[in-house]
Design a protein around this ligand. Structure first.
Ligand SMILES: [Zn+2]
Ligand SMILES: [Zn+2]
Length: 255
């Protein structure tokens, strides 16, 4: 099945530009240096699935003209990946409840963070209508299998996802050996690359380059990018099949 991937957001947790920052990347006029918080949209067969709902989800959905939302997959419950969840209300009006998927820890953390959604104190609505599902293996969504690919974000297990010949990994400093086995024969991969300086829970560009070389996807894109990396200059240095991704990037894939 043909699918379309759209990068909703390519930035790190504070976004680029970062509030109040006067660095060259935050002041850059290149639209590819404007990075909202990380999220991916996957569309196929008339269905739309998003991976994570960033704090910028409303803005991203409007920017991309998103008309329906059929499911949400969560990688992990950090604020930059979940805080847009309240905005599914706009989709609830036309389509009812939206299913959400995450591992046990993520679903538990979402229930805690968004207690008002679940506590029954809003009998007249005004809160998101969602159905929670704990991921324990591959998830079939409208005829496409989303395979969880565990990665390590410091001590936290985060789920990447493989769907067809594409995979989206974000928020990790390490890819376990067992997960490399799930990443063979890819057309497109998204990899975490925060900046050049080492970070305890994210990859550097150098580490991402090594991962891309090992995984050998036909096209590889770096995401979760901090304001340390200017788009044009970083891309020029990367060369080869590896590119920084940017908000609004669209890719056709076979799912
Ligand atoms: Zn993040
Ligand atoms: Zn995170």
């Amino acid at each position: 099945m043909k699918g379309l991937i759209t990068v909703l957001g390519s930035g790190t947790s504070m976004g680029v530009p970062t509030i109040g920052c006067q660095c060259p990347v935050c002041l850059s006029e290149d639209p590819r240096d404007k990075r909202t918080r990380p999220s991916l949209l996957v569309q196929y067969g008339g269905h739309s699935v998003v991976i994570d709902t960033a704090p910028d989800f409303r803005f991203q959905a409007i920017r991309e003209g998103l008309r329906r939302l059929d499911a949400i997959l969560f990688t992990h419950p950090h604020a930059d990946h979940i805080l847009g969840l309240d905005d599914v209300r706009a989709f609830n009006i036309h389509q009812g409840r939206v299913p959400i998927y995450g591992n046990r820890k993520t679903i538990d953390a979402i229930r805690e963070t968004f207690r008002y959604i679940f506590d029954g104190n809003y009998p007249f609505g005004g809160v998101p209508q969602i159905a929670t599902h704990v991921i324990e293996g591959p998830v079939d969504l409208f005829g496409v299998k989303f395979l969880p690919v565990p990665v390590l974000h410091g001590f936290m297990e985060v789920l990447g996802f493989r769907f067809g010949n594409a995979a989206y990994l974000t928020d990790y400093g390490q890819i376990p050996e067992s997960s490399f086995a799930l990443l063979e024969g890819l057309d497109v991969i998204f990899l975490d690359a925060l900046r050049h300086e080492p970070h305890p829970t994210h990859c550097t560009v150098e580490q991402a380059v090594a991962h891309a070389a090992r995984i050998q996807a036909r096209r590889a894109f770096l995401t979760h990018i901090a304001h340390d990396l200017a788009h044009e200059e970083t891309n020029a240095r990367l060369g080869g099949r590896l590119r920084l991704c940017y908000d609004g990037l669209r890719l056709e894939v076979e799912l």
